[in-house]
Design a protein around this ligand. Structure first.
Ligand SMILES: *Cc1c(COP(=O)(O)O)cnc(C)c1O
Length: 825
């Protein structure tokens, strides 16, 4: 296999500057219809993107051919979000074309770097969860796993954040406006998806079958994206679905004679994939969101069964061919959908269908916050998907019978475990449905998986201990080291060869170099160069000026109370207050640039107030000449993958300060450690594992651990007592209340302050003193640059575990049972 008669082998496509130039100019002329002289930057970007595409295309076709002929077990990663980040640089890297492209275009007077700036990153995700999906499909391809990503092609991704008077303003992310050269629509493979209506009995069907008589339908149009592996010739597929009106709507135009109404109905259908919901960790139970979830899942299941599998495939063997990995509860409606496909549409017996359904789904839980666990009111679900509600009902009935048999007389347990909750209204608990149907349930870091089994899903873990497992998250070293940090990558490769890019544990070989003064000097030089590059980016992108050499202290992540940006802010205000009051001599304050990046969900009041407060504190501090520039607050708007790629390599200090027991894993923490930032962090999420690996001496741990936080909460937490008991905390909070950051308006940030003083749900005040002490340890450590860079090198050397390649290997071993298939056989 591999080489087909009508395609040249991969190596036959020349990777020469001449051939690249020829193809680029051809794309410019015949693809864009312009001469080089008249080409806009966008023309050049699109021509470059399409040229790179050519080089990946043969490998893509070959991967698809092999996948079809091999019929190997496949992983379908179902995710409502894929936060892909820019595609050009990653495609150049995967095709091994960066050098050739640079040279070819330079000869034409074009800079590839400039063209990278033209790309609008596909922001089809909110934050960590969506970025994880993007890292995973990269690793699946690089590890040669037959797999397909399924999701939604939102016309508008995560909103663009701007600040007006320091307050967040959202504008639509029209990422498709200049055309997307990375997607391949296939309207001929559209799939029809139904909604609404009612169900009725069937007299001739098997036991359990009903007929769904839906009220309306839409078409799902697949858009394919290439997912190239690194250096292995495999190109997997990401298939994102876009909603369009069906032919039925056109017919209605004729039938009803109401043209305008028919066109309006068309818009209604197309609304389904219009916009990504911008809530992260706090989903809103909106009807359109459930429509989105069912829409992409219904398309994906049918696509896999009808297009990927051979026509005569015996679905009884489905568990040998596929695992549908459910990325959080968003795709969980796939469970009743598969049952419906088998029982209603293929006349399977219920029990036979359930036996298959229980072997093909695995569920990844991403949270510990109760408000983040999705539930759907029965009223809504029944109205939109009446047949699915019936199926869920039956799954639940049979499941609860099992619970009653195993725990006779334990009604409380039955209520706790039911797929249906009753408060405040009768609702479907999607995490319970996923846990009942899934053959594995995994958390995303060791602590998180432990807490899932002990707390959030403990009844289920008691009943099915073997169902529960852990897979600690990871990040792709291609994007977040090799591409984001070319200088460090060069130094690593020079020292240990380039095997680390696909075998990140090999970074261990750098450990002895931590003792090598010359290596550390070069490491520092690179960090400094990365800071200067980041400073240039901030100036160009946001007009923000920062020192090129101060400590870069970064807290970038979604704005959420549990992540505790307000604790970071209290540290900054406390430093400022200390300097102003004379408690801290200015010359003893370490010059620092505090970098924030954070979007708030548009309806999340406290998060938005916190953003306004950070900006207000920043403006005041940045304008205060008495600080002589020693402290600087930079809050570039619209934190996204592109910005992460320039910030992370420049950072010295990584802030991972969530209340212990609240952050499931974090992945930002891994990106920073891998680029040689030291972490100041709580014992939470994957911080626990980072600290174990890099060592206590190279990590600034502070604050309550999870049991301590749980105890304090149970005993009754009184934030005001901490305010009363700590002079510096009081001074910092009072300074905010004084109005000094709001032109004297003392009421300006009262909601943030009173929320902290009165409830402080995530106990920032309780961790304030330990946090400040840890920051003092940071300053002392940073003063010894040799020791600091030794620690930084050890962070890099010991963080190889956090490659998403390792996560994927764990999924293969613990959950999927799929095997890598070598592409170049
Ligand atoms: C990695 C990443 C995240 C996740 O950050 P956490 O600190 O783990 O919450 C969010 N947004 C972007 C753009 C990222 O690249």
């Amino acid at each position: 296999m591999g080489v087909n008669a009508n395609t040249p082998p991969i190596a036959a496509r020349e990777h020469t500057v001449e051939s690249f130039t020829r193809e680029f100019l051809r794309e410019l002329n015949f693809g864009q219809g312009v001469d080089l002289d008249r080409a806009s930057e966008n023309d050049k970007y699109l021509a470059l993107a399409r040229t790179v595409r050519h080089y990946l295309m043969e490998r893509w076709l070959e991967t698809l051919r092999n996948q079809y002929s091999d019929q190997a077990k496949t992983v379908a990663y179902l995710s409502a979000e894929f936060l892909l980040g820019p595609q050009l640089e990653n495609s150049l890297l995967a095709a091994d074309l960066d050098g050739v492209a640079n040279e070819a275009l330079a000869a034409l007077g074009i800079s590839v770097d400039d063209l990278r700036g033209v790309e609008i990153e596909p922001g089809l995700g909110n934050g960590g969860l969506g970025r994880l999906a993007a890292c995973f499909i990269d690793s699946l391809a690089t590890k040669n796993v037959p797999s397909i990503g399924y999701g939604i092609r939102y016309e508008y991704g995560i909103f663009r954040q701007t600040f007006v008077d320091g307050r967040q303003v959202e504008t639509p992310d029209n990422w498709l406006r200049l055309g997307s050269p990375w997607e391949f629509p296939h309207p001929e493979n559209a799939i029809e998806v139904h909604f609404g209506g009612r169900t009725e009995a069937v007299t001739d069907g098997p036991e359990g079958a009903r007929r769904w008589v839906p009220a309306w339908q839409v078409m799902g149009i697949p858009y394919n994206y290439m997912v190239p592996g690194f250096g292995n010739g495999r190109v997997n597929t990401l298939r994102l679905w876009s909603a369009e009106a069906t032919k039925a709507f056109d017919l209605q135009i004729f039938n009803s004679g109401d043209y305008v109404e028919a066109v309006r109905a068309q818009t209604f259908a197309e609304n389904i994939s219009k916009v990504l919901y911008p809530e992260d960790s706090t989903p809103q139970g909106k009807e359109l969101r459930l429509q989105q979830q069912y829409f992409f899942v219904a398309c994906s299941l049918r696509d896999f069964i009808e297009q990927v599998l051979p026509a005569d495939y015996d679905l009884a063997n489905l568990p040998e061919r596929i695992t549908f990995q459910l990325n959080d509860t968003h795709p969980v409606i796939a469970v009743p959908e598969l049952m419906r496909l088998l029982v209603d549409e293929r006349q399977w017996d219920w029990d036979a269908a359930w036996a298959v359904a229980q072997k093909v789904f695995a569920y990844t839980c991403h949270t510990l916050l109760p408000e983040a666990l999705e539930t759907w009111p029965v009223e809504l679900l029944g109205r939109l998907l009446p047949r699915h509600l019936e199926i869920i009902d039956r799954i639940n009935e049979e499941f609860l019978a099992q619970v009653r048999a195993q725990y006779p007389g334990d009604d409380a347990r039955v209520d706790r475990m039911s797929i249906f909750g009753e408060h405040p209204v009768r609702s479907v608990r999607m995490a319970h449905l996923a846990t009942v149907a899934g053959f594995r349930v995994n958390g995303v870091a060791e602590l998180h998986s432990q807490l899932l089994a002990d707390k959030v899903l403990s009844d289920f873990a008691q009943m099915w201990p073997d169902k529960f497992t852990n897979v600690t998250n990871g990040v792709t070293p291609r994007r977040f080291v090799r591409l984001a940090n070319p200088k460090l990558s060069g130094l690593i490769t020079e020292s240990i060869g380039d095997g680390w890019i696909t075998d990140l544990e090999r970074l261990r070989e750098l450990e002895p170099l931590a003792e090598d003064a010359e290596f550390r000097r070069r490491f520092r030089e690179i960090k400094l160069a990365n800071k200067r590059r980041f400073a240039d980016v901030l100036m160009q992108r946001d007009g923000i000026e920062i020192a090129g050499d101060a400590m870069v202290d970064a807290m970038v992540k979604r704005l959420h109370e549990y992540k505790r940006q307000s604790l970071k802010l209290l540290h900054i205000v406390s430093l400022y207050e200390g300097i102003r009051s004379g408690r801290l001599p200015l010359d003893q304050v370490t010059p620092r640039t505090f970098v924030f990046g954070a979007k708030a969900a548009p309806g999340y009041y406290m998060a938005k107030e916190t953003i306004a407060l950070i900006n207000a504190v920043g403006s005041t501090i940045n304008a205060d000449a008495s600080l002589q520039g020693r402290l600087k607050v930079a809050f570039p708007a619209n934190y996204n993958v592109t910005l992460a790629e320039s910030l992370v390599p420049a950072a010295d200090l990584s802030e991972q300060i969530s209340l212990a027991g609240k952050e499931a894993s974090g992945t930002g923490n891994m990106k920073f450690a891998l680029n040689g930032a030291l972490t100041i962090g709580t014992d939470d999420g994957a911080n626990v594992e980072i600290r174990k690996l890099v060592g206590d001496d190279n990590f600034f741990l502070f604050g309550m651990d999870e049991p301590a936080a749980a105890t304090l909460e149970a005993d009754g937490y009184h934030p005001h007592a901490f305010y009363e008991g700590d002079r510096e905390l009081r001074a910092a909070l009072d300074m905010i209340s004084s109005g000094i950051f709001a032109n004297g308006d003392a009421s300006a940030f009262a909601p943030v302050v009173s929320s902290l003083l009165q409830s402080d749900r995530f106990m920032a005040l309780a961790d304030f003193r330990p946090y400040l002490d840890a920051q003092t340890r940071v300053e002392e450590a940073y003063a010894d640059q040799e020791a600091w860079s030794r620690s930084a090198v050890l962070n890099v050397a010991r963080s190889g575990y956090f490659s998403s390649d390792r996560s994927i290997q764990d999924y293969l071993d613990r959950i999927w049972g799929a095997k890598p298939v070598d592409q170049n056989r």
